[in-house]
Design a protein around this ligand. Structure first.
Ligand SMILES: Cc1ncc(COP(=O)(O)O)c(C=O)c1O
Length: 355
């Protein structure tokens, strides 16, 4: 209930609503793009080892071990790395530190729905740029005055991938503002734009350990970019929370980057399942967008998407449906393990056959 105690800005906020985290354990949960395979056993060991009397001490405010591990992994320096409590927090600092300019921020009309929420929180003016009819992003549409550009690659919730050459093309022509590439899903099908960082002083990449490293519950995100942009993020972070990553998160995240074998095996398993799932959905008459992520975006020409999501729930399967223009006939379905995908396809087969 709103009260006069609220700051004026709070009244105007439209907070983000994350996908449901149901209390029931018997549901097939394909609604928030979690990884079905679980984190590396080495991550769990590292977290166990951290459970000691040392928890009475604050963690390293700079998470230097983790920054070094990420720098080694990507072949950059620790001064080019920022870490935070999930990439959502990293993104919040990006909006605050780099996008609060007089000219509007640009992002696609169909993308991660947290972007306009951050704009509301930080009073950032924005303009959405329509994706093409097939939901591809045309970088030439972003050549206009702006106070920053952000897009997810692969995009969410479409799963579509923008080639690295297009990002390079845009950066060569957009030099006066920061371009942020949100690579939450990049490990499932694309090349990271981190390769371009040394050539562009205005490029920042954000990533997360929630998806391809199966650590959504640990809350670790990162950004890679030129030291000047990283310093801007550090300034905001150190004006907000000195210790966004706790001791367990730092230890677990370091171990996640060390276990390349687990990462590679589970990543390939998700990619293979995605292709099988897309084919099975197509068999049932769905139109499935080509996905480079750990989810697929699909619509059925004869079935209403909200109705399908409701019927799936009755079959104990939850997927994500967005009540938003242009995509309200689509379902976003997380790629699960073989059993989850089979349960989804069996339920959809029954639902589509009814009537
Ligand atoms: C495009 C995109 N960016 C960022 C995030 C945030 O991920 P996290 O805060 O778990 O790192 C998500 C989560 O679903 C996402 O879809």
């Amino acid at each position: 209930m709103e009260t006069s105690y609220w700051s004026p800005v709070v009244r105007l906020l439209t907070p983000y609503v994350p996908g449901e985290q149901p209390k029931l354990s018997n549901l097939v949960k394909l609604n928030t793009n979690e990884n079905p395979y679980g984190p590396s056993p080495r991550v769990l060991e590292a977290i166990q080892a951290e459970l000691s009397d040392a928890l009475r001490l604050y963690p390293d405010p700079n998470a230097e071990r983790l920054k070094q591990a990420i720098a080694d992994y990507y072949g950059v320096t620790p001064t080019q790395v920022f870490v935070g409590n999930g990439s959502d927090e990293v993104l919040a600092h990006v909006f605050h530190a780099l996008f609060q300019h007089p000219a509007p921020l640009l992002f696609p009309d169909i993308t991660y729905s947290f972007y306009p929420v951050y704009c509301g929180l930080y009073g950032i003016d924005f303009v959405t740029v329509p994706l093409a009819d097939d939901f591809t992003l045309n970088v030439a549409d972003y050549l206009r005055p702006n106070g920053g550009i952000i897009f997810a690659n692969p995009n969410a919730p479409t799963g579509r991938l923008l080639p690295l050459a297009d990002i390079d093309w845009l950066l060569q022509r957009n030099r006066d503002s920061v371009v942020v590439v949100d690579e939450a899903y990049i490990d499932f099908g694309g090349d990271t734009a981190i390769a371009l960082v040394d050539r562009h002083p205005n490029l920042l990449i954000t990533q997360t350990l929630s998806k391809s490293r199966s650590l959504a519950g640990l809350r670790v995100g990162l950004a890679v970019g030129p030291p000047e942009l990283i310093e801007a993020l550090e300034r905001v972070k150190n004006s907000f929370n000195s210790y966004p990553l706790d001791r367990l998160a730092i230890a677990g995240a370091v171990a996640a980057f060390a276990d390349r074998g687990h990462f590679e095996r589970t990543r390939q398993a998700v990619i293979a399942s995605r292709e099988q799932l897309s084919a099975a959905l197509a068999e049932l008459g769905f139109e499935v967008l080509p996905s480079a992520a750990n989810f697929v975006f699909a619509r059925h020409p004869q079935r209403d998407a909200a109705g399908l999501a409701g019927s799936l729930r009755e079959h104990h399967v939850i997927v994500r449906h967005f009540r938003q223009p242009r995509i309200d006939q689509f379902l976003r379905i997380t790629v699960g393990g073989p059993e989850q995908n089979a349960a989804l396809i069996a339920a959809l087969g029954q639902i589509v056959a009814e009537r």
